[in-house]
Ligand binder design. Structure first.
Ligand code: HEM
Length: 489
């Protein structure tokens, strides 16, 4: 007991010493007043919506960089594109911020340490090559078609409903089908799993800005911890059994070489130092893809549909483009048709500018680095607010808060001339989103299938109190409420 106490005291003294050293190094960086022990944690108390608006207000107040102390942790908020670019590319801060650890998949690309990540990313990059992605488009199209049918059955009364409910199941099917090739079509249990994933992500998100919950011991005393354990058991153990079955099937000598190269098959074929990946590593990668690919794409496409419902004139232009590209109602969605939908792509980009579903990303310095003239010590968490940068008036003009897809008209917008960190919904630097092209194809396919069948409307406007908040992804308190009315090409 005495020994444990000594260790705890030593750790506390070391943390205190490090905090003092870091504070001295960062003393010239402005930020809100910090009190002993809690720092500025009191500012972030309250609802998730309040926390999100306080954080955004801090980014607005301090133009380039600010520091905020939450308990013993020091965060640097970056809102200047030059500083962000430097941070995203510097080898001194390629480790993810400590809160990614709450995602609890150590080997997965999203949260793994830089040294491990380099090996995995090199191995996984080919899994997202153009040829493989093109082969997934029929999976996307079928899942979107099923979603549209479910909407027809579920929304007969012409009521206003949250479209995220439908897009979540749809993207879960897409990512499951392209990751595992398991037969999940119209399986009611899939929906249960979607909700489980959503809950896991919400619990993880609630830890990020709650200083008390950063400590694993304190977190393990909360009901959320026990709920997380139960959910993990439900999702992970069940999936492990399925993966093992899948693996057994793949070892069948009668295996068909024409099977599409879903992620699981590819992982099973990968070698590192002439050895296969362990089943735990494979699980982590698959869960990472499910976690990183479903919720992001589902909620991004829900924002796209909501914004189209809010802007009938934009919706008509997207529909007109669909009529030109697809001659009949039944014409298949293919890589060729999707790449001809230029205006839809502008709409998607503009939605991702206004409502980037990964609004804040984080890195941790692993050694001292120079950032904007400041010597930032190791162990500092850098918080990059994509949401804020995407709405900066100096970058996007006075109408930065307005929805204007023409902004991305290739005649006006030249990505080469823009600052690379003025628009970066898929992150930036080496640890950018590996699934960005997958996500773009999936979103285009879903939006096309929905608009081919329905006219969308909504009682919401961009001026409504949308109650935005941050729980890993960008949440909309009022829901993505739309109404559908059947139509034909
Ligand atoms: C609209 C859809 C999507 C958005 C907005 C999005 C956004 C992002 C962002 C911002 C990051 C960087 C995170 C960071 O810097 O910490 C990221 C990373 C990642 N995303 Fe996506 N993503 C989307 C879809 C997908 C899909 C469909 C997949 C997989 C099927 C995927 C897999 C990943 C993975 C594995 C990483 C970690 C990459 C690494 O560190 O090497 N994402 N995503």
């Amino acid at each position: 007991m005495y020994f444990v106490l000594v260790i705890v005291v030593v750790i506390l003294l070391l943390v205190r010493h490090w905090t003092k050293v870091a504070q001295r190094a960062l003393k010239d960086i402005d930020g809100p007043k910090a009190y002993p022990i809690i720092g500025s944690a009191h500012l972030l108390l309250g609802s998730e919506e309040r926390t999100f608006s306080v954080i955004c207000a801090l980014y607005r107040k301090y133009a380039k960089i600010f520091q905020i102390k939450l308990g013993p942790k020091i965060f640097l908020g970056l809102s200047d594109p030059d500083l962000i670019q430097q941070a995203l590319h510097s080898p001194s801060c390629q480790n993810k911020a400590f809160f990614y650890r709450f995602l609890e998949v150590d080997y997965g690309l999203v949260s793994s340490r830089y040294v491990d990540w380099k090996v995995y990313r090199k191995m996984l990059n080919p899994a997202f090559n153009q040829r493989i992605l093109i082969s997934f488009i029929s999976i996307f199209s079928q899942a979107a078609e099923r979603m549209v049918k479910r909407m027809a059955e579920g929304e007969k009364g012409g009521r206003v409903f949250d479209v995220l409910h439908y897009t979540t199941q749809c993207t879960m099917e897409m990512v499951c089908a392209s990751s595992l090739k398991s037969d999940i079509m119209d399986d009611p249990k899939t929906m249960g799993m979607c909700y489980d994933f959503e809950k896991v992500i919400t619990i993880m998100g609630s830890r990020v800005f709650n200083v008390l919950l950063h400590n694993d011991l304190l977190f393990s005393l909360t009901p959320s911890y026990w709920e997380l354990q139960k959910l993990n058991q439900r999702i992970f153990l069940k999936r492990r059994a399925e993966l093992q079955q899948q693996r057994a099937k793949l070892e069948d000598p009668s295996d068909d070489y024409r099977k599409p190269m879903v992620f699981l098959d590819q992982l099973l074929n990968m070698q590192r130092n002439n050895a296969e990946l362990s089943i735990e590593e494979i699980e982590c990668h698959i869960y990472t893809l499910l976690g990183a690919g479903t919720e992001t794409t589902a909620s991004q496409v829900a924002y796209i549909l909501l914004l189209l419902a809010m802007h009938p004139e934009v919706q008509e232009r997207v529909f007109e483009e669909i009529r030109v590209v697809y001659e009949t109602d039944a014409q298949e969605i293919t890589y060729e048709t999707l790449t001809r939908q230029f205006y839809l792509e502008q709409v998607i980009k503009e939605t991702m500018r206004l409502f980037p579903v990964a609004p804040v990303i984080g890195r941790e310095t692993t050694e001292q680095m120079s950032l904007g003239g400041y010597a930032v010590p190791a162990g500092v968490t850098l918080l990059i607010n994509i949401f804020h940068v995407h709405r900066r008036k100096d970058l996007w003009g006075d109408g930065a808060d307005l929805f204007n897809p023409d902004r991305f008209d290739p005649l006006i917008y030249n990505a080469q001339k823009q600052h690379p960190c003025s628009f970066f919904p898929f992150g930036g630097g080496p640890r950018n989103c590996i699934g960005y092209r997958y996500g773009m194809f999936a979103m285009k396919t879903i939006a096309t299938q929905v608009l081919r069948r329905y006219k969308l409307s909504t009682p919401l406007t961009l001026n409504s109190e949308l109650r935005l908040s941050f729980a890993v992804t960008l949440k909309l308190g009022v829901g993505h409420m739309i109404k559908i009315e059947p139509r034909q090409i």
